[in-house]
Ligand binder design. Structure first.
Ligand code: SF4
Length: 308
Protein backbone atom coordinates (compact mmCIF):
# COMPACT_ATOMS: atom_id res chain seq x y z
CA UNK A 1 0.00 0.00 0.00
CA UNK A 2 2.75 2.44 1.06
CA UNK A 3 4.72 1.46 -2.04
CA UNK A 4 1.66 2.19 -4.22
CA UNK A 5 1.40 5.64 -2.67
CA UNK A 6 5.06 6.34 -3.40
CA UNK A 7 4.64 5.00 -6.94
CA UNK A 8 1.62 7.29 -7.45
CA UNK A 9 3.55 10.27 -6.16
CA UNK A 10 6.47 9.53 -8.49
CA UNK A 11 4.07 9.37 -11.47
CA UNK A 12 2.36 12.59 -10.40
CA UNK A 13 5.70 14.40 -10.05
CA UNK A 14 6.70 13.28 -13.56
CA UNK A 15 3.36 14.48 -14.93
CA UNK A 16 3.54 17.83 -13.10
CA UNK A 17 7.06 18.47 -14.39
CA UNK A 18 5.69 18.27 -17.94
CA UNK A 19 2.52 20.26 -17.25
CA UNK A 20 4.33 23.09 -15.47
CA UNK A 21 7.28 23.11 -17.87
CA UNK A 22 9.57 22.67 -14.90
CA UNK A 23 13.15 21.48 -14.71
CA UNK A 24 14.08 19.71 -11.47
CA UNK A 25 17.67 20.15 -10.31
CA UNK A 26 18.98 18.04 -7.42
CA UNK A 27 22.20 18.43 -5.50
CA UNK A 28 24.41 15.38 -4.93
CA UNK A 29 23.50 15.37 -1.21
CA UNK A 30 19.75 14.97 -1.77
CA UNK A 31 18.01 11.71 -0.84
CA UNK A 32 18.15 9.03 -3.55
CA UNK A 33 14.42 9.19 -4.39
CA UNK A 34 14.70 12.92 -5.16
CA UNK A 35 17.91 12.47 -7.16
CA UNK A 36 16.15 9.80 -9.25
CA UNK A 37 13.37 12.22 -10.22
CA UNK A 38 15.64 15.12 -11.12
CA UNK A 39 16.46 16.16 -14.67
CA UNK A 40 19.98 16.97 -13.54
CA UNK A 41 21.95 15.90 -10.47
CA UNK A 42 25.23 17.58 -9.66
CA UNK A 43 27.31 19.89 -7.55
CA UNK A 44 26.47 23.55 -7.15
CA UNK A 45 28.63 24.58 -10.12
CA UNK A 46 27.21 21.94 -12.48
CA UNK A 47 23.70 22.89 -11.43
CA UNK A 48 24.50 26.59 -11.91
CA UNK A 49 25.38 25.79 -15.52
CA UNK A 50 22.15 23.82 -15.97
CA UNK A 51 20.16 26.68 -14.41
CA UNK A 52 21.73 29.05 -16.94
CA UNK A 53 21.06 26.76 -19.93
CA UNK A 54 17.47 25.83 -19.23
CA UNK A 55 14.62 27.11 -21.40
CA UNK A 56 11.96 25.85 -18.96
CA UNK A 57 9.69 28.37 -17.26
CA UNK A 58 10.17 26.98 -13.78
CA UNK A 59 13.21 25.70 -11.88
CA UNK A 60 12.59 23.47 -8.87
CA UNK A 61 15.83 23.36 -6.92
CA UNK A 62 16.13 20.35 -4.65
CA UNK A 63 19.01 21.54 -2.54
CA UNK A 64 19.45 24.29 0.01
CA UNK A 65 18.60 28.00 0.08
CA UNK A 66 21.76 29.49 -1.41
CA UNK A 67 21.61 27.11 -4.40
CA UNK A 68 18.05 28.12 -5.26
CA UNK A 69 19.03 31.76 -4.78
CA UNK A 70 21.94 31.32 -7.20
CA UNK A 71 19.57 29.81 -9.77
CA UNK A 72 17.25 32.81 -9.33
CA UNK A 73 20.11 35.30 -9.72
CA UNK A 74 21.11 33.61 -12.99
CA UNK A 75 17.48 33.31 -14.14
CA UNK A 76 15.66 36.37 -12.74
CA UNK A 77 12.72 36.01 -15.12
CA UNK A 78 11.97 32.41 -14.23
CA UNK A 79 10.06 31.03 -11.28
CA UNK A 80 12.56 29.33 -8.94
CA UNK A 81 11.20 27.10 -6.20
CA UNK A 82 12.87 25.63 -3.10
CA UNK A 83 10.62 22.69 -2.11
CA UNK A 84 11.20 23.02 1.65
CA UNK A 85 11.75 26.45 3.21
CA UNK A 86 13.72 24.92 6.08
CA UNK A 87 16.43 23.65 3.72
CA UNK A 88 18.90 26.31 4.80
CA UNK A 89 22.65 25.84 4.83
CA UNK A 90 24.09 26.68 8.27
CA UNK A 91 27.46 27.58 6.76
CA UNK A 92 25.90 30.17 4.43
CA UNK A 93 24.27 31.74 7.50
CA UNK A 94 27.67 32.17 9.20
CA UNK A 95 28.39 35.43 7.36
CA UNK A 96 26.06 38.30 6.50
CA UNK A 97 26.44 41.54 4.55
CA UNK A 98 27.27 43.65 7.64
CA UNK A 99 30.04 41.32 8.80
CA UNK A 100 31.53 41.18 5.32
CA UNK A 101 31.44 44.97 5.01
CA UNK A 102 33.43 45.28 8.26
CA UNK A 103 35.88 42.55 7.17
CA UNK A 104 36.43 44.37 3.87
CA UNK A 105 37.35 47.54 5.78
CA UNK A 106 40.06 45.57 7.60
CA UNK A 107 41.54 44.42 4.26
CA UNK A 108 40.79 47.21 1.77
CA UNK A 109 43.15 45.89 -0.95
CA UNK A 110 41.80 42.35 -0.92
CA UNK A 111 39.49 40.87 -3.53
CA UNK A 112 36.44 39.16 -2.08
CA UNK A 113 36.05 35.56 -3.20
CA UNK A 114 32.83 34.09 -1.90
CA UNK A 115 32.07 30.42 -1.99
CA UNK A 116 28.66 29.90 -3.61
CA UNK A 117 27.52 28.79 -0.14
CA UNK A 118 26.63 32.40 0.71
CA UNK A 119 23.49 34.51 0.69
CA UNK A 120 22.61 36.74 -2.28
CA UNK A 121 23.47 39.82 -0.14
CA UNK A 122 26.98 38.50 0.52
CA UNK A 123 27.45 37.65 -3.17
CA UNK A 124 26.39 41.21 -4.01
CA UNK A 125 29.41 42.47 -2.02
CA UNK A 126 31.86 40.03 -3.65
CA UNK A 127 34.24 40.27 -6.60
CA UNK A 128 33.92 36.67 -7.71
CA UNK A 129 32.23 33.48 -6.54
CA UNK A 130 33.71 29.98 -6.49
CA UNK A 131 32.77 26.40 -5.72
CA UNK A 132 34.90 23.66 -4.24
CA UNK A 133 35.57 22.50 -7.84
CA UNK A 134 37.09 25.76 -9.06
CA UNK A 135 38.22 27.63 -5.90
CA UNK A 136 41.96 27.13 -6.56
CA UNK A 137 41.62 28.19 -10.21
CA UNK A 138 39.59 31.28 -9.29
CA UNK A 139 42.00 32.48 -6.58
CA UNK A 140 44.98 31.89 -8.91
CA UNK A 141 43.41 33.78 -11.80
CA UNK A 142 42.20 36.94 -10.08
CA UNK A 143 44.78 39.77 -10.28
CA UNK A 144 44.73 40.82 -6.60
CA UNK A 145 47.44 39.47 -4.30
CA UNK A 146 45.27 39.61 -1.20
CA UNK A 147 42.03 37.67 -0.96
CA UNK A 148 39.17 37.68 1.52
CA UNK A 149 37.68 34.18 1.35
CA UNK A 150 34.21 33.58 2.83
CA UNK A 151 32.65 31.72 4.55
CA UNK A 152 34.51 28.38 4.74
CA UNK A 153 37.81 28.50 6.62
CA UNK A 154 38.67 24.92 5.68
CA UNK A 155 38.27 25.50 1.94
CA UNK A 156 40.28 28.73 2.30
CA UNK A 157 43.13 26.89 4.04
CA UNK A 158 43.02 24.19 1.37
CA UNK A 159 43.24 26.78 -1.44
CA UNK A 160 46.14 28.53 0.34
CA UNK A 161 48.20 25.32 0.01
CA UNK A 162 48.15 25.74 -3.78
CA UNK A 163 48.39 29.52 -4.05
CA UNK A 164 51.56 30.44 -2.20
CA UNK A 165 52.04 33.86 -3.78
CA UNK A 166 48.79 35.31 -2.41
CA UNK A 167 47.61 36.09 1.10
CA UNK A 168 44.20 34.66 1.95
CA UNK A 169 42.15 36.08 4.84
CA UNK A 170 39.62 33.37 5.74
CA UNK A 171 36.29 33.91 7.45
CA UNK A 172 35.86 31.40 10.31
CA UNK A 173 32.76 29.64 8.95
CA UNK A 174 32.57 25.92 8.39
CA UNK A 175 30.36 23.07 7.24
CA UNK A 176 29.43 21.02 10.30
CA UNK A 177 28.86 17.90 8.21
CA UNK A 178 32.40 17.88 6.83
CA UNK A 179 34.04 19.27 9.97
CA UNK A 180 32.47 16.37 11.86
CA UNK A 181 34.39 13.73 9.89
CA UNK A 182 37.28 12.86 12.19
CA UNK A 183 40.63 11.23 11.31
CA UNK A 184 39.94 8.42 13.84
CA UNK A 185 36.87 7.33 11.84
CA UNK A 186 38.94 7.23 8.66
CA UNK A 187 41.64 5.18 10.41
CA UNK A 188 39.02 2.68 11.56
CA UNK A 189 37.52 2.38 8.08
CA UNK A 190 40.98 1.95 6.60
CA UNK A 191 41.49 -1.05 8.89
CA UNK A 192 38.41 -2.65 7.35
CA UNK A 193 39.23 -1.62 3.76
CA UNK A 194 43.03 -1.36 3.60
CA UNK A 195 43.14 -1.09 -0.22
CA UNK A 196 40.43 1.56 -0.53
CA UNK A 197 41.61 5.09 -1.39
CA UNK A 198 40.20 7.76 0.94
CA UNK A 199 38.51 10.52 -1.06
CA UNK A 200 38.00 13.72 0.94
CA UNK A 201 35.97 16.87 0.25
CA UNK A 202 37.92 20.14 0.71
CA UNK A 203 35.38 21.42 3.27
CA UNK A 204 36.93 18.87 5.65
CA UNK A 205 39.54 19.93 8.21
CA UNK A 206 43.26 20.18 7.36
CA UNK A 207 43.87 17.10 9.56
CA UNK A 208 41.60 15.05 7.32
CA UNK A 209 43.03 16.49 4.13
CA UNK A 210 46.52 15.50 5.33
CA UNK A 211 45.56 11.82 5.44
CA UNK A 212 43.53 11.75 2.18
CA UNK A 213 44.53 9.84 -0.96
CA UNK A 214 42.51 12.30 -3.03
CA UNK A 215 40.93 15.67 -2.21
CA UNK A 216 38.11 16.60 -4.53
CA UNK A 217 34.79 18.29 -5.13
CA UNK A 218 31.86 15.92 -5.54
CA UNK A 219 32.03 15.99 -9.35
CA UNK A 220 35.76 15.35 -9.17
CA UNK A 221 35.05 12.34 -6.94
CA UNK A 222 33.05 10.68 -9.72
CA UNK A 223 35.85 11.15 -12.24
CA UNK A 224 38.51 9.93 -9.79
CA UNK A 225 36.58 6.81 -8.74
CA UNK A 226 35.77 5.95 -12.36
CA UNK A 227 39.36 6.28 -13.55
CA UNK A 228 41.16 4.82 -10.53
CA UNK A 229 41.92 1.06 -10.70
CA UNK A 230 40.70 0.41 -7.15
CA UNK A 231 37.39 -1.35 -6.61
CA UNK A 232 36.43 0.15 -3.24
CA UNK A 233 36.60 3.78 -2.08
CA UNK A 234 36.05 5.47 1.27
CA UNK A 235 34.03 8.61 0.53
CA UNK A 236 34.53 11.42 3.05
CA UNK A 237 31.62 13.70 2.23
CA UNK A 238 27.86 13.85 2.83
CA UNK A 239 26.31 10.39 2.48
CA UNK A 240 23.91 11.41 -0.34
CA UNK A 241 26.92 11.25 -2.65
CA UNK A 242 27.01 7.46 -2.33
CA UNK A 243 23.70 7.14 -4.25
CA UNK A 244 25.10 9.12 -7.19
CA UNK A 245 28.41 7.20 -7.18
CA UNK A 246 26.65 3.80 -7.10
CA UNK A 247 24.38 4.84 -9.94
CA UNK A 248 27.16 6.20 -12.15
CA UNK A 249 29.76 3.51 -11.33
CA UNK A 250 27.71 0.39 -10.49
CA UNK A 251 30.62 -2.06 -10.66
CA UNK A 252 32.53 -0.44 -7.77
CA UNK A 253 31.91 -0.16 -4.01
CA UNK A 254 31.70 3.04 -1.97
CA UNK A 255 31.98 3.21 1.79
CA UNK A 256 30.15 6.07 3.47
CA UNK A 257 31.16 7.88 6.63
CA UNK A 258 28.72 7.05 9.45
CA UNK A 259 26.57 10.07 10.37
CA UNK A 260 28.03 12.41 7.73
CA UNK A 261 24.54 13.71 7.09
CA UNK A 262 23.50 17.28 6.30
CA UNK A 263 20.11 17.84 7.93
CA UNK A 264 19.45 20.88 5.70
CA UNK A 265 19.75 18.84 2.51
CA UNK A 266 17.57 16.06 3.90
CA UNK A 267 14.64 18.44 4.44
CA UNK A 268 13.55 17.90 0.82
CA UNK A 269 11.44 14.75 0.63
CA UNK A 270 9.36 13.40 -2.25
CA UNK A 271 6.22 14.92 -0.76
CA UNK A 272 7.94 18.34 -0.62
CA UNK A 273 8.86 18.08 -4.30
CA UNK A 274 5.29 17.06 -5.15
CA UNK A 275 3.74 19.89 -3.11
CA UNK A 276 6.22 22.37 -4.51
CA UNK A 277 5.12 21.56 -8.06
CA UNK A 278 1.41 21.61 -7.20
CA UNK A 279 1.38 24.81 -5.14
CA UNK A 280 4.42 26.48 -6.75
CA UNK A 281 6.12 26.95 -3.38
CA UNK A 282 8.47 28.21 -1.99
CA UNK A 283 9.25 30.82 -4.55
CA UNK A 284 12.66 32.46 -4.22
CA UNK A 285 12.34 36.25 -4.12
CA UNK A 286 15.37 38.54 -4.25
CA UNK A 287 15.26 42.34 -4.68
CA UNK A 288 16.27 43.44 -8.20
CA UNK A 289 19.20 45.57 -7.01
CA UNK A 290 20.69 42.58 -5.14
CA UNK A 291 20.19 40.34 -8.19
CA UNK A 292 22.00 42.86 -10.40
CA UNK A 293 24.98 43.07 -8.03
CA UNK A 294 25.13 39.36 -7.14
CA UNK A 295 25.06 38.33 -10.77
CA UNK A 296 28.44 39.95 -11.47
CA UNK A 297 30.58 37.62 -9.28
CA UNK A 298 28.58 34.58 -10.41
CA UNK A 299 29.08 35.46 -14.09
CA UNK A 300 32.81 35.99 -13.43
CA UNK A 301 32.98 32.53 -11.89
CA UNK A 302 31.11 30.95 -14.79
CA UNK A 303 33.47 32.68 -17.26
CA UNK A 304 36.56 31.37 -15.46
CA UNK A 305 34.89 27.97 -15.42
CA UNK A 306 35.45 24.60 -13.89
CA UNK A 307 38.47 23.52 -11.93
CA UNK A 308 39.37 19.94 -11.09
S1 SF4 B 1 26.70 19.88 3.51
FE1 SF4 B 1 27.52 21.63 4.68
S2 SF4 B 1 27.82 23.27 3.17
FE2 SF4 B 1 26.47 21.71 2.24
S3 SF4 B 1 24.39 22.43 2.68
FE3 SF4 B 1 24.96 21.05 4.34
S4 SF4 B 1 25.84 22.39 5.92
FE4 SF4 B 1 25.76 23.57 4.02
Amino acid sequence: MVYDMIGDMVSEIKKLKMEKEAVVLAHNYQIGAVQDLADFVGDSLGLSYEARKTDKKMIVFCGVDFMAETAKIINPDKIVLLPNKYAQCPMAAMIDANSLTLFKKEHPDAAVVSYVNTTAEVKALSDVCCTSANAIKIVKEIPQEEVIFVPDVNLALYVQRFVKNKKIYPWPGYCYTHKGIKPDVIKELRNGYPDAPVVVHPECTPELIDIADKVSSTEGMIKYCRENDSHTFIIATETGMIHRLKKEIPDKDFIEIPNAICAAQKHVRLEDLYRSLVEEIYEVKIPDEIIDKARIPIDRMLEIGRGE
